[in-house]
Design a protein around this ligand. Structure first.
Ligand code: ATP
Ligand code: ZN
Length: 296
């Protein structure tokens, strides 16, 4: 496969738990994805970006080797692969706020667990042998790891292992198999990664633009635009209370001498408690509105 050297390449999961959110993030950043006949790649019509549609397990390797400049993958897969000997390292650009799950040790309901020492001498089935081994090493515990590529939750019933180490989000799968989570090995979510291989000037420029758009979407997920009125003497206190805001815009209110409108982008969540505190400080007519797009 030869890739167009004037375009960027982003490896994303072809189909699975990360696909939909990844595509939504890209669409939110204004990238129009052309769904072609090609099952391996998709072109972005309005930007120099091609998507490679692959299995999530291949994404760290593609990005590490520089076949793709960027990739979206679960932190769990990234860290597991990074512990493989000879794996090409990649840089983590940003967590993406979706695909949350955790790699957990789980035990049958009838098996006692009093901390990692309960694993001593036991067999643990997992698709994440490196992360499981690191967890055991950190706890100073010796156990046997049984590597399975799927259906790990069946291992205790099949008497392949006493414990498992597997991804959990709601815990429903564990419960359905008579298991319960007992310890956490890694908290995970989808992350954007980039190659450490140098980029050509064309690609470097595209990368700056792409990242700025993606960062814009990530920022708006949390950010709110806040507007309120305040008397002059309260302005300083109120400005200091706005969560994650840069210098607010302050405008005099027509017909109300000594009163001002304060507008600001708040880059952190705005809670009811914050609104109440602003009101107590003298603010009135407080409005919090979502931001559709942002470029910093
Ligand atoms: P592929 O065919 O691409 O290899 P897969 O079966 O390995 O797919 P998925 O089950 O689609 O992968 O999961 C992809 C990623 O989604 C996981 O690596 C993890 O980061 C994340 N994820 C979020 N919630 C869960 C969950 N409950 N179980 C498994 N993965 C989850
Ligand atoms: Zn996979």
């Amino acid at each position: 496969m030869t890739l167009d050297s004037s375009r960027l390449h982003l490896a994303i999961q072809k189909s699975g738990r990360l696909s939909q959110n990844t595509r939504e993030l890209l669409r939110g950043a204004g990238f129009r994805i052309q769904e072609g006949k090609n099952a391996l790649a998709a072109r972005v019509e309005n930007f120099g970006l091609d998507l490679l549609l692959v299995r999530d397990d291949d994404i760290p390797t593609f990005v590490g080797d520089g076949v793709c400049e960027f990739g979206v993958v679960g932190r769990n897969v990234l860290e597991e692969m990074a512990l493989d000997e000879g794996a090409a390292p990649v840089d983590l650009v940003a967590p993406l706020g979706f695909g949350q799950c955790a790699l957990k040790i789980a035990a049958p309901d009838a098996t006692a667990y009093e901390g990692p020492q309960s694993l001593a001498g036991a067999r643990i089935a997992t698709s994440y042998p490196n992360l499981t081994q690191r967890f055991l090493n950190q706890a100073g515990v010796q156990a046997e790891i049984v590597k399975m590529s799927g259906a790990v939750e069946l291992a205790p019933r099949l008497q392949i292992a006493q414990f498992i180490c597997d991804l959990v989000s709601t815990g429903a799968t564990l419960e359905a198999n008579g298991l319960r989570p007992v310890d956490t090995v890694l908290e995970s979510e989808a992350v954007l990664i980039r190659t450490r291989k140098p980029l050509s000037p064309v690609r470097a420029e595209l990368a700056v633009q792409m990242l700025s758009r993606i960062e814009g979407v990530l920022a708006t997920q949390e950010s709110k635009y806040i507007m309120l009125n305040a008397p002059e003497e309260a302005l300083e206190t109120i400005a200091a209370m706005l969560p994650g805001a840069e210098a607010p815009t302050i405008l005099p209110l027509a017909g109300r001498p000594g009163h001002f409108a304060v507008h600001a982008v708040c880059k952190e969540s705005v809670f009811w408690e914050t609104l109440q505190a602003l009101k107590n400080a003298g603010a009135s007519a407080i409005l919090v509105v979502p931001i559709a797009k942002m470029m910093m």
